[in-house]
Design a protein around this ligand. Structure first.
Ligand code: PLP
Length: 406
């Protein structure tokens, strides 16, 4: 049984008050809170087990290296990846996507080649491609979502032309909660020799992911949304793509030998990991993913889907707000505006007074905001520890905002 009250006790911060009210944390889309096991792992990592990795031959360095390297296997299991050596450590999705842009796309794409993006991408999956557009003459092709926020996979497939080299697409929208059928897109792309990068920042939090089943080439995740430390993360890269890649950043660890006139690279994945990494952060991420897998990724998804249905019914009852993104199978992420009566920032300030933490703004999704014709929304995003009572608290706080601004 999924005992959400017991799970909540694993997260010490959830017991605190904010503005004199119990914290109702609904900003999981931005970053999730950490369970005690992760906090303990980070503390232990620094207090008892810290040294640099891969370098020393002393006890602590070997211990830190073993714990740090073991996380590759945990991430591979979490993502259904065939080989831990295909897991490259990053500081998060932003770094993962930039690694693909600099390491794979820059050496492999030519002027006039095309990259397909959906209109609901996060800036982390837009700006690196603008670099290629500006510096390398690559063209970006955009695919729209429909009025429910759904993305028709066929629309993405239809956008593929003879010059298309890459589709870079989110698996789950951080604004609308829309789930994208990346498997169908990947199957068609593979037939046409087009590579697919999936931004799994949100999807991996809310649903089980299996990269082998999806059939993509790159799958990026970010640790701080997965109940792990900030500046932890990974990208899964199919072996054949790794072989086509240049290193992105240069420095220690990613080389085998360096001489005055000659340099040789380390083997992947270390070829793509320059400098001292986030040692304790990655160890903490491993603990966070083990924590999620122990709860059961299907169980987490089922719990959040119940919350989604409950929240949808409650929010639908508030006829003075508009929810953006109405696909039935979306994740428990609700963006809304108050029908022009108040700015998203003002609404979130009122909610904060009631202890309810939501995000307000453009959510790093400028093209989607343009597409929806808004400049900002409020976003309530749920996680594995949220409850129906917290949905009620959100609705009560919104009633107050309506009294003040409506
Ligand atoms: N992609 C999506 C869909 C996101 O929601 C986020 C974070 O909000 C990112 C990318 C960027 O993740 P990070 O800032 O952790 O690198």
């Amino acid at each position: 049984m999924y005992d959400v009250e017991a799970i909540r006790r694993d997260f010490p911060i959830l017991a605190r008050e904010v503005n004199g009210k119990p914290l109702v944390y609904l900003d999981n889309g931005a970053s999730a809170q950490k369970p005690q096991v992760v906090i303990d792992a980070v503390t232990r990592g620094y207090a008892e087990e810290y040294a640099n990795v891969h370098r020393g031959l002393h006890y602590l360095s070997n211990l830190a290296t073993d714990k740090y390297e073991a996380v590759r296997g945990i991430i591979a299991r979490f993502l259904g990846a065939p080989d831990p050596e295909e897991i490259v450590y990053t500081t998060g999705t932003t770094m993962g996507i930039n690694l693909v842009a600099y390491g794979w796309a820059m050496p492999n794409l030519e002027p006039g080649d095309e990259i397909i993006l959906s209109v609901m991408e996060h800036h982390a999956n837009i700006v690196p491609w603008h670099f290629l557009r500006e510096r390398q003459g690559v063209t970006i092709k955009w695919v729209d979502v429909d009025s429910t926020g759904a993305l028709d996979p066929q629309a993405v497939i239809d956008a593929i032309g003879p010059k298309t080299k890459l589709i870079a697409i989110t698996h789950l929208s951080n604004v609308l909660g829309t789930v994208v059928d990346v498997k169908t897109i990947c199957a068609a792309a593979r037939e046409k020799g087009v590579r697919v990068l999936v931004d799994g920042s949100q999807a991996a939090v809310h649903m089980p992911v299996n990269v082998a089943e999806i059939g993509c080439d790159f799958y990026a995740i970010t640790g701080h949304k997965l109940y792990g430390p900030s500046a932890s993360g990974a990208i899964w890269i199919a072996r054949e793509r790794m072989d086509e890649m240049q290193p992105f950043m240069g420095g220690g660890d990613m080389i085998r030998e360096v001489h005055k006139d000659e340099i040789t690279w380390n083997d992947p994945p270390m070829k793509f990991e320059a400098g001292t990494p986030g040692i304790v952060q990655q160890i903490g991420l491993g603990v966070a993913l083990e924590y999620m897998m122990a709860l059961g990724l299907d169980n987490i998804a089922a719990h959040e889907n119940r919350l989604r249905d409950y929240a949808r019914a409650k929010l639908d009852g508030l006829n003075w707000i508009s929810v953006q993104g109405t696909t039935p199978d979306k994740a428990a992420i609700f963006s809304f505006t108050m029908n022009g009566a108040a700015h998203a920032h003002d609404i979130s300030t009122i909610l904060d007074k009631k202890g309810v933490a939501v995000r307000a703004g453009h959510h790093c999704a400028g093209p989607l905001m343009d597409h929806m014709g808004v400049t900002a929304t409020c976003r309530a995003s749920f996680g594995l520890y949220n409850t129906e009572g917290e949905v009620d608290a959100l609705v009560d706080a919104l009633e107050l905002a309506n009294e003040l601004f409506g």
